[in-house]
Design a protein around this ligand. Structure first.
Ligand SMILES: [Zn+2]
Length: 280
């Protein structure tokens, strides 16, 4: 079993997180424990000690998933219905913001998505047999028919549209009170990223865009998305919120923005880049 000495909130680790995949078993590994798709943490949002995990018994799955500053990282997985040991909380990614820093957040993002994959791929979608985790690649393999279930990554396009010194921001009914963000939506099968961007902004806000340009991307473990960020210019239309999807959408001057998403999000970084004069 692995150790849990770590400092997710500190500056000690300067190297990036390097992903990998193989069976677990390193004596000096960092242990990321999961019950279902939730990461177990202490009340101080730190990885728990091995003693705190002892009441869980042996894990159902143990996987090496990458290295932090050269140290192996291992995911230990218990089924979602497993009772939590006293003093531990079952956290999701958002709860790490403000407590953990990079590259620990990247490690947690990968571990969360792999735990979700283990939780959601227990049986073969073709023949119904129980799946097993492959030892060489991240695949859940069917011993009866050979089907392989890989971790799913779902691309999402997020677009920040500019008109002069204003940007188009919207509120989803799921957002915390007062928060506005850029518009976003899942890429449909058969659709390009650019076509998705144009469609989502047309559907959700009634706005036609021009000159879409790449900004950057962010892994987004809710539960397995990849946010692909674009800046774009306004071409035509006035904001009209899509019924049932968008509570409010409007142009905001860059000098008078509403409350925004957390600074860890690509939406915030896109808005900050435009406010700082970047983005073309
Ligand atoms: Zn099968």
């Amino acid at each position: 079993m692995c150790e849990t000495t770590n400092d997710p909130a500190g500056d000690a680790v300067a190297a990036p997180f390097f992903p990998g995949f193989s069976p677990a078993g390193a004596a000096d590994a960092l242990c990321f424990p999961f019950v279902g798709d939730r990461l177990l943490l202490t009340e101080a949002a730190a990885l728990p000690s091995l003693a705190a995990l002892a009441p869980l018994g042996p894990s159902q799955e143990s996987l090496f998933f990458g290295r932090l500053d050269g140290q192996p990282c291992e995911l230990h997985f218990w089924p979602a219905a497993t009772p939590l040991p006293a003093g531990l909380q079952a956290a999701h990614y958002r709860q790490l913001w403000g407590h953990w820093r990079e590259p620990w957040l990247s490690a947690a993002s990968r571990a969360l998505q792999l735990a979700t994959w283990l939780s959601h791929n227990r049986f073969c979608g073709v023949c119904g047999s129980a799946l097993r985790t492959d030892g060489q690649e991240p695949a859940r393999v069917c011993p009866a028919c050979g089907f392989k279930a890989y971790p799913r990554v779902s691309p999402v396009c997020i677009g920040l549209v500019r008109r002069g010194d204003s940007v188009l921001l919207a509120r989803s009914p799921h957002f915390p009170p007062g928060i506005y963000s850029a518009l976003a939506g899942f890429v449909e099968p058969g659709e390009s990223a650019e076509a998705c961007l144009r469609r989502e902004i047309r559907e959700e806000a009634g706005i036609e865009i021009a000159n879409p340009r790449w900004f950057g991307s962010q892994a987004w473990p809710y539960p397995h998305s990849l946010m692909m960020g674009f800046l774009a210019d306004h071409a035509a239309g006035e904001p009209v919120p899509q019924a049932g999807e968008i509570e409010d959408v409007r142009w905001f001057p860059l000098a008078a923005l509403p409350p925004l998403p957390h600074p860890s999000t690509i939406a915030f970084r896109m808005i900050a880049a435009l406010r700082a004069g970047g983005g073309g």
